[in-house]
Design a protein around this ligand. Structure first.
Ligand SMILES: [Zn+2]
Length: 401
């Protein structure tokens, strides 16, 4: 098989339409994972065939029974990019675990630029490792083999890569301006909100422009925009995202985000503020990703629950004991909400014995019926254990932020 295959993109000089009303991208999810061993080819979105193949690499296989195809796809109508990976591992030895996985991710403009520059400059890690490959390496207790194109494949692609880089850089500012206008003026579909928030947050992080992250995203009147910005910041500046997501966000952007958030107190304070506002009352719904079994999907999730999850992460970086009374006030006969509230209070209880005591004291005042909720009971036990454990031991030191 040839190392690389290119298709000249005849759309290059053409003006692209907006992704907002793109008939192709409308039907493509932000992120899709399929395990073809468990679901059929029929689950691959049909719209994929309508995208142009900008680049195709057959990466160096792990062994003779594996193949690893990466494509950079581009929507001919709106110029949006998609990363595509098909990873097949039939097992080198008898009983080896096998994979036949497809991954599709809509790539923000900055990620595309980093990807193309990474190919030109031969930066290791430019091609994110497929999950199947990471799993096997993890099971065998070793690092995965590098995920790289052959020298020949890379060499043959350089001309296309350079052209494409020029093309995307040429319209980068226009895309950012468009996304900014859309976020300000319109209310696109939820999956486009996710994509635009991610694209803009990355752009502002690169520019070291916290005030735009704050004004345009975190203070937005639309709670979906606010919660998406919040989750993005918590996921990528505090490293809360799973490795399978982290590897698709360029390292220097993550480093930049971490620097902006962790090293400046007022920025983390603002994030905590937004998370608290969203967590302490109802704000409608957004959609969250679920890798699923065989086929990923997005499920409807309450913004309040996502806010609570973010509070649970932030508790590792800030003393959030002041939120305990309001969080306990949320306990009700709504079992689902109780579940999220209790999982948020637990990390707070672990930060100090005083916190655990405060939580117990306040829980004792809530209605007896609510106290019988199984999550509340679990939290009570956790707090009691915290208090016992810490009686003799030293208080856990707060992580420096
Ligand atoms: Zn499109």
């Amino acid at each position: 098989m040839p190392g690389a295959f290119f298709m000249t993109d005849s759309q290059k000089s053409k003006e692209y339409g907006s992704i907002i009303d793109c008939p192709i991208c409308r039907n493509l999810p932000q992120k899709k994972e399929l395990d073809l061993e468990h679901v059929g080819q029929g689950k691959v979105p049909a719209e994929l065939n309508q995208l142009s193949v900008v680049l195709l690499f057959n990466l160096e296989p792990e062994h003779q029974y594996s193949s690893n195809t990466v494509k950079l796809l581009k929507c001919p109508k709106c110029g949006t990019y998609y990363y595509f990976n098909h990873y097949v591992d039939e097992g080198e030895h008898f009983m080896d675990p096998t994979s036949n996985d497809i991954l599709i991710r809509r790539y923000p403009p900055l990620t595309v630029i980093h990807f193309l520059e990474g190919i030109i400059n031969e930066i290791p890690g430019t091609f994110p490792q497929p999950i199947g490959k990471l799993k096997v390496a993890f099971m065998e207790g070793r690092y995965p083999y590098p995920n790289e194109p052959s020298e020949k494949g890379r060499g043959e692609s350089l001309e296309t890569v350079t052209k494409e880089l020029g093309e995307i850089k040429g319209r980068y500012n226009t895309i950012i301006e468009e996304f900014t206008d859309v976020v300000k003026e319109e209310s696109p579909e939820w999956h486009l909100k996710k994509y635009m928030v991610e694209s803009l947050a990355m752009h502002f992080a690169k520019e070291d422009d916290w005030s735009s992250i704050s004004e345009l995203l975190l203070k937005h009147k639309d709670p979906v925009i606010r919660v998406e910005a919040l989750s993005f910041l918590v996921d990528y500046s505090l490293g809360n995202a799973g490795v399978i997501d982290l590897i698709h966000v360029p390292y220097d952007i993550r480093e930049k985000l971490e620097k902006i958030v962790k090293r400046r107190k007022k920025h983390l304070d603002e994030i905590v503020q937004v998370a608290s506002e969203l967590a302490l009352s109802k704000h409608g719904y957004t959609y969250e990703y679920d890798p699923g079994f065989g086929e990923s999907k997005y499920y409807k999730a309450s913004i309040q629950a996502v806010g609570l999850q973010n509070i649970a992460v932030l508790a590792r970086y800030r003393d959030l004991s002041h939120l305990v009374p309001q969080l306990i006030n949320l306990l009700s006969e709504d079992e689902n909400l109780n579940y999220h509230v209790c999982w948020t209070l637990e990390p707070i209880s672990k930060e100090s014995r005083e916190n655990a005591k405060l939580i117990l004291e306040l829980i004792n005042k809530v209605d007896r019926k609510i106290r019988q909720d199984k999550e509340v009971q679990r939290l009570i036990k956790e707090c009691e254990e915290q208090i016992k454990k810490r009686k003799k031991g030293k208080e856990k030191k707060k992580k420096p932020t």
